[in-house]
Design a protein around this ligand. Structure first.
Ligand code: SF4
Length: 447
């Protein structure tokens, strides 16, 4: 049963030492009761309290890791229904289906699609995270051969082995022993054997049932076989069912602390029409899926799904920002121009991209304005003449360039006088308002 904040408070050290990031133990206890923090944040909690609070402090959606090493994907650990309450924590894994009835050429092309899917968007690496191996043939030998091939061609890619046939499961999970694979396909009929196979391969178990009642009793049964890490599939076929089942599961886990449904959810979005598939996958991304199986990996579709996933899993209360420093674009010399803007990620990536397009090597001074864009930072008093002057002086750029000219964004032309007043010997040039005018601006200045 969930403990209240006051019950949790009684078990904490009550020293108000603030090491957890909260001003008092009571404030921390209240957050813990809402499952918005982890008990680990208090370094002084006693072992006895840990044991008592174990259940209360466990995330309502169990943490499960798919894959190992740099490509490992963490799932679960969510604590809220809506992201304006708190950031959604772990973005869902996208897994491309490979069938054991696919020809060798198709298998290789799909593996390549996964390996080539990686893109960098506003400083984050986005990719198709995993492959889902499908035992369409029903033949354990054929399924085992596909698994061997995938393990050999893409040893670092996370794998979900999908079959209800226990012989096929046994054959195909072996190459991924100890690599945090997921064995998907445990049902009421095969649960005990699948639990045994997953346990010996150190794999999490994907559990499948028709409807939430059947799913709840199946996860309880599998838990009694010693399997803790599960991924659950409520059998959602249509987009409507994905929306309904996923929402019900998340509500039950978070609002009711209903442990039998407190696991990451897997949904299947494969459709013959790629556009339709992207819509179904998009609904699963927006509504609580932790793994989404897709049937194809067209680049346009990847981009749409990656962007949606990144946006849903970005904290709306914390602007995305890049590090404050002087960035070198191209191979600038002491005569190269120096531009300045704020550290809002989108601003940085757009401005640096346009400077790159200009082919004019330049220095780009990125100033910490808490991730605000230029006009917002200016209006908030974070991008002012004196703050810009201080940053330029402290950055050391004066030792790297021969000139004393600073190009500022056109939107804050009003700052030019204030900067020149504070930055003795410098000339301020007003650049264009929009970044897409930068290439022409820089080329004409360089001519
Ligand atoms: Fe209290 Fe622990 Fe937080 Fe210190 S770190 S204030 S003891 S909850």
């Amino acid at each position: 049963m969930a403990l209240t904040g006051v019950q949790i408070f009684k078990l904490l050290p009550k020293t108000n030492c603030k090491k957890c990031g909260f001003p008092t133990c009571l404030a921390f206890a209240m957050k813990l009761a809402q499952r918005q923090v982890s008990l680990d944040a208090c370094p002084d909690v006693s072992e006895e309290a840990k044991a008592t609070l174990g259940e209360a402090s466990a995330p309502p959606v169990r943490s499960v890791t798919l894959g190992a090493g740099e490509r490992a994907v963490k799932m679960g650990e969510e604590t809220v229904l809506f992201r304006h309450e708190k950031k959604f924590v772990n973005p869902p894994a996208l897994a491309l289906e490979i069938k054991d009835t696919d020809s060798d050429d198709i298998v290789e092309a799909k593996i390549q699609d996964v390996l080539d899917s990686e893109i960098n968007r506003v400083g984050q690496l986005l990719r198709i995270d995993a492959v889902y191996l499908s035992n369409d043939s029903g033949d354990p030998g054929r399924f085992g051969s596909l698994a061997e091939k995938v393990a050999q061609k893409a040893p670092d890619v996370a794998v979900i082995v999908g079959t209800e046939n226990t012989d096929a499961a046994d054959a195909a999970i072996k190459p991924f022993n100890g690599k945090n694979a997921i064995l998907y396909g445990a049902t009421e009929a095969n649960a005990e054997k699948m639990a045994e196979i997953a346990g010996s391969a150190k794999a999490a178990l994907g559990v499948k049932a028709d409807g939430l009642e059947a799913l709840s009793s199946l996860t309880e049964k599998i838990k009694s076989f010693g399997i803790e890490d599960m991924l659950i599939d409520p059998g959602a076929g249509s987009a409507k069912e994905i929306l309904e089942y996923n929402t019900f599961i998340r509500r039950a886990a978070i609002k009711k602390n209903f442990k039998p449904l407190g696991y990451p959810v897997i949904n299947f979005a494969q459709r013959s029409d790629a556009l339709f598939e992207s819509l179904v996958a998009g609904i699963a991304i927006a509504k609580y899926a932790s793994t989404i199986v897709i049937g194809s990996a067209e680049k346009w579709k990847n981009l749409a799904l990656f962007t949606l996933r990144q946006n849903v899993y970005t904290d709306p209360q914390v602007p995305m920002q890049v590090e404050q420093k002087i960035y070198r674009i191209g191979d600038p010399t002491p005569d190269s121009p120096l531009l300045i803007t704020t550290n809002f990620s989108l601003t940085y990536f757009i401005v640096s991209g346009e400077v790159e397009n200009s082919k004019v090597p330049a220095y780009l001074a990125i100033m910490d304005c808490e991730g605000l864009s230029v006009l917002t930072a200016w209006a908030a008093g974070k991008f002012t003449g004196s703050k810009i002057a201080n940053f330029i002086k402290e950055s050391g750029i004066e030792n790297e360039v021969n000139h004393r000219e600073l190009i500022i964004p056109g939107y804050v032309a009003i700052l030019s006088g204030a900067i020149e007043d504070k930055l003795e010997g410098w000339k301020v040039t007003v650049g264009p308002r929009e970044a897409n005018a930068l290439p022409a601006f820089l080329r004409s200045a360089a001519a």
